[in-house]
Design a protein. Structure first.
Length: 350
């Protein structure tokens, strides 16, 4: 019986994760669920954002269903005790180097995007973001410089092995889709990016069927609002991927629609699945959150960790069908509550 670790976390995390779990249960696949605290919730309960028991459960599980972390009450804590430390810690501990963030515009949501409908129509892109390296995990600290000024530093670096494995995920993804891969870097300024670009070009030889382009990150940010539907797969480092994936979410109507998968291997391995929206403390506990990103994350869990493509498609189709019938939470311009939206999806689950 596959074991699913459920880590609801903070803010709207618990509200949306409940419904993702309901959808998985409704499929009747004989899954076992075990819940554990993480983030600010775990700090309050156990004094640490990532308790050893939570990490052990995540490691032993076949997949992790994750809500969100982050709570302004803990912003003043030292960095290792803040909720974010739990997310970065679990990514590193589980070796989740490949973050897959699809941005798909469901038909009918064109008007929900702040961009013009004709610009976002047909949007179907995947951002493949490296997740366990880059400036996120480099040496960081504070020092006093030679002029006596306080200085903060975070080292950006990638080794060729780290670049190689994530870029291959990008090529494999593109190969299965429209066969276009855009690698995003800042090679005109950063040496880390030049190495990245060199490795991409070396691997490209093995994928002659994939059309490869390179783009500087500033240009990519511009093209994402100018002609987002032209992109197929984007592969990029941790920091650039963080920024571009939030931007891409607006092309897809609402950040409340975007799921993600964080994987330690291309398929069949354990992985962590989470909506890309954060904990949204401003709307937490009000029943306003859109559960679709969490539900679509459950679909990705079925696809990548349980290798059950049919079940994944059923869930995605149910979300599409509910939207087609007009079901909308506030972020999509509607008035349904979190539970009502999830109910609408469950009703379409055939
Ligand atoms: C994300 C988030 C995290 C990140 C934060 C919460 C640490 O923004 O998953 O995109 O920067 O990776
Ligand atoms: Mg982010």
């Amino acid at each position: 019986m596959p074991l699913i670790a459920v880590l609801p976390g903070d803010g709207i995390g618990p509200e949306v994760t409940t419904h993702a779990r309901r959808v998985l249960e409704a499929l009747d696949l004989g899954l076992e669920f075990q819940e554990a605290p993480i983030g600010g919730a775990a700090y309050l309960a156990a004094g640490r954002p990532l308790p050893a028991e939570t990490l052990a459960l995540a490691k032993k599980a076949d997949a992790v269903l994750f809500g969100a972390i982050g709570d302004p009450r803990f912003e003043g804590l030292e960095r290792r005790l803040r909720p974010e430390a739990a997310l970065l810690g679990i990514r590193r501990e589980l070796g989740l180097f490949a973050n897959i963030r699809p941005a798909t515009l469901f038909p009918g949501l064109e008007e929900a995007s702040p961009l013009k409908a004709e610009v976002v129509k047909g949007l179907d892109i995947v951002i493949v973001r490296e997740l366990t390296g880059d400036v996120y995990f480099g040496e960081k600290g504070r020092r006093t410089n030679i002029e006596g000024l306080r200085q903060g530093y975070d080292v950006m670096s990638y080794n060729e092995g780290e670049v190689d494995r994530i870029v291959r995920v990008g090529f494999e993804m593109a190969k299965r889709r429209r066969k276009k891969l855009c690698s995003v870097d800042k090679a005109n300024v950063l040496e880390t990016s030049q190495l990245w670009r060199d490795v991409v070009n070396e691997i490209a030889i093995e994928y002659p069927e994939v059309q490869l382009t390179h783009m500087y990150v500033d240009n990519a940010a511009m093209q994402l609002v100018r002609r987002p539907a032209d992109f197929d797969v984007i592969v990029t480092g941790n920091l650039f991927g963080d920024i571009l994936s939030d931007q891409a979410s607006m092309c897809a109507g609402s950040i409340g629609m975007l799921p993600s998968a964080s994987l330690s291997a291309w398929s069949g391995a354990n992985g962590m699945y989470e909506p890309i929206h954060g904990s949204a403390p401003d709307i937490a506990g009000q029943g306003k959150a859109n559960p679709c990103a969490a539900i679509l994350s459950a679909a990705m869990l079925l696809r990548h960790s349980l290798v059950n493509e049919a079940a994944a498609k059923r869930v995605e189709a149910a979300v599409g069908a509910a939207l087609a019938k007009g079901a909308r939470t506030a972020d999509l311009g509607g008035s349904l509550s979190t539970t009502e939206m999830a109910d609408a999806v469950l009703q379409e689950l055939v």
